[in-house]
Design a protein around this ligand. Structure first.
Ligand code: GTP
Ligand code: MG
Length: 580
């Protein structure tokens, strides 16, 4: 929805006008109404559609607050497949002005409708009935997830739905093959994969709907999204990480009267913070399971290092993880958001590498001994800090730029860093994305992982404090290694793929786009599943007797030979794979 699209007018120093225009969709306040998915909307705001103040990159808190407030004024309505959009809106607008709306499909048609005032919701709920079904009983729980019943004939054309999932990897490879440079390929990949404005709104709405459930126990709670839903690196289809924030209830900032008296709530004591978190999540999990419409497959995973409730939110199609007392992760999301907004090359680079890692099985949606997207993103940030001149500041530099309002100490850890983009000086580096990607692969293809640790606080590698194969210091909890789960085999795969990708990119980049428009080249070649397949099979067999350059040359030749991925067997096998 148009009212709060963030991070407008980012500094694009030194970038070409084409790249600027490609970035515009995310960074400017203009809504994307693309050809593949046409937004259907009643009226849109005129002021906020255009980004007037070009230098106003919103702070993380401001943007989150705007989106949260917007979600509180929104409802989610399951609709019949063929309805008159006009009549639907007319019906709803009896309850208040509608700011914005869109339709999407997720096992049925849904509409997200944003009223301009919260009163609209109250009026709508007042007019909404609870139906009784003769052979079933229902729990009369009133939420903002509604169903529309229409006595219309089926003669209406279907409503236009916005896409909520990304294109498959084969289509992406085809699209990238038609671009003219590796930089354009990287921006094009981000364009396809990044969360749309509507998808972000839907994520905030799901949090807001869950808050209504959790409010049965904790009326003043807030459920906040974190992780890739808000850090600027989320891909369509990524999970929805949520954090139950009870700070408003715990009254941390209450001023004392100063007359010697104060009142305290009586509360049950628990043995530890962890035990309190577990009991809170246990009851909320139960409540979600029993009463929350649309929430299915609820699992209470309370003994994990970070206790959580996992479930599928069916109307949105999101896989949800609800945690509590998880402030450090929230702060990490804010830091990533800041880094992503500091330079126009960070996000396309991270999107490209996340996609590359996923295609080649370096990352997975299943927890295990592989690299996580979070660790990979920290590796990219570290690499960009190490460029000369540096593209990103170190976390220590960001801490020095902070003012007293930025101060944040969580569980004894100093999590302070500057949050206002305007206080961070511009950098002078003008390298192309092609060069950066190439250098990234070279850098990690030759990194001394056995001795050194990656540290974005200092922007320098440091001696490894422990024996894990991959050591990436947690930015806010220095004693912890965010990649402790990664085993030696996975690290070796990462290094090998970096080395081979560096070589492949060098070939593709030097050659430029192939005259045969659909022949995969550059990033498209790098993302071909057949490459990883070939690395796994051919590479293994030949490794003992061929130097790496020979192996890669063979791969490259096989790529040149294969027309386009979709026809190839490995490509076809991969096409149905959901990439996160
Ligand atoms: P996706 O793979 O797209 O879901 O990326 P994500 O960034 O959302 O990662 P994930 O869902 O695994 O974790 C959510 C957030 O939790 C991350 O963005 C981090 O802020 C935080 N997080 C995840 N793993 C770690 C970790 O090992 N250490 C710390 N400190 N935070 C982590
Ligand atoms: Mg996530």
């Amino acid at each position: 929805m148009a009212a709060s699209i963030g991070m407008c007018g980012l500094n694009m120093s030194g970038r070409g006008s084409f790249l600027r225009s490609l970035q515009k969709n995310y960074f400017s306040c203009r809504r994307k109404v693309g050809s593949k998915s046409v937004a259907t909307k009643v009226q849109t705001t005129t002021k906020t559609d255009e980004c007037e103040a070009k230098d106003e990159r919103k702070t993380f808190d401001t943007l989150q607050e705007e989106r949260r407030e917007q979600a509180e004024r929104s409802v989610l309505i399951s609709c019949p497949p063929k309805i008159s959009e006009k009549k639907f809106l007319k019906h709803l607008s009896r309850h208040g002005n509608i700011n914005n709306f869109f339709f999407y499909e997720s096992f049925g048609i849904y509409a997200v409708v944003e009223f301009s005032e919260k009163d609209g919701i109250a009026s709508l709920q007042e007019a909404t009935s609870i139906t009784s079904v003769s052979h079933e009983a229902t729990v009369p729980f009133k939420t903002r997830l509604l169903s529309l019943k229409a006595n219309e004939s089926n003669s209406q054309p279907p409503v236009q739905c916005l896409q909520q999932t990304p294109i498959g990897v084969n289509k992406l490879v085809q699209k990238l093959s038609r671009e003219d440079s590796i930089d354009q390929q990287s921006y094009s990949l981000m364009e396809e994969y990044q969360l749309t404005e509507e998808n972000i709104c839907l994520r905030f709405l799901v949090c807001s709907l869950l808050k209504d459930i959790a409010a049965a126990y904790f009326p003043e709670c807030i459920i906040r999204p974190f992780g890739s839903s808000v850090n600027g690196f989320g891909k369509l289809g990524c999970d929805l990480d949520m954090f139950l924030d009870l700070d408003a209830i715990s009254g941390r900032n209450i001023k004392q009267a100063g007359d010697g008296f104060s009142l305290e709530y009586q509360m049950k004591r628990t043995s530890s913070e962890r035990a309190a978190t577990q009991s809170i999540l246990a009851v909320i999990g139960e409540c979600v399971d029993q009463f929350a419409p649309g929430c299915a497959g609820v699992q209470k995973i309370l003994n994990a290092r970070c206790p959580l409730v996992r479930f599928a939110h069916q109307p949105s199609g999101f896989q949800c993880d609800l945690t509590a007392n998880n402030r450090v992760a929230m702060k990490s999301s804010e830091l990533l958001y800041l880094y992503g907004g500091l330079d126009g090359r960070v996000r396309p680079m991270v999107f490209t590498l996340r996609c590359w890692a996923r295609v080649h099985g370096l990352t997975s949606t299943i927890p295990g001994a592989w690299l996580t997207n979070f660790s990979l993103t920290v590796m990219v940030i570290f690499f960009l800090q190490k460029r000369s001149p540096a593209i990103l500041p170190t976390l220590d530099q960001l801490r020095h730029l902070a003012d007293p309002r930025d101060k944040s100490v969580i569980e004894g850890n100093d999590c302070t860093f500057v949050r206002d983009f305007r206080r961070i000086p511009d950098q002078k580096n003008t390298e192309t994305l092609e060069n950066l990607l190439q250098e990234f692969f070279e850098f990690y293809g030759n990194f001394a992982f056995s001795r050194m640790s990656i540290n974005i606080r200092k922007g320098k590698e440091q001696n490894k404090p422990e024996v894990s194969p991959l050591h990436i210091q947690n930015p806010f909890e220095p004693a912890l290694n965010v990649s402790k789960n990664v085993n030696a085999t996975q690290l070796e795969r990462l290094v090998t793929l970096c080395q081979e990708s560096a070589w492949l990119l060098q070939q593709g980049g030097a050659r430029g786009r192939s005259p045969a428009r659909d022949t995969p080249w550059g990033l498209a070649a790098l993302l071909l599943p057949s490459v990883s397949q070939a690395i796994k099979t051919k590479g293994k067999k030949r490794r003992a007797r061929e130097p790496a350059s020979e192996r890669i040359k063979t791969l490259l030749d096989s790529l040149k030979g294969s027309k386009a991925a979709p026809g190839g067997s490995a490509g076809a096998a991969e096409s149905s794979k959901k990439l996160h």
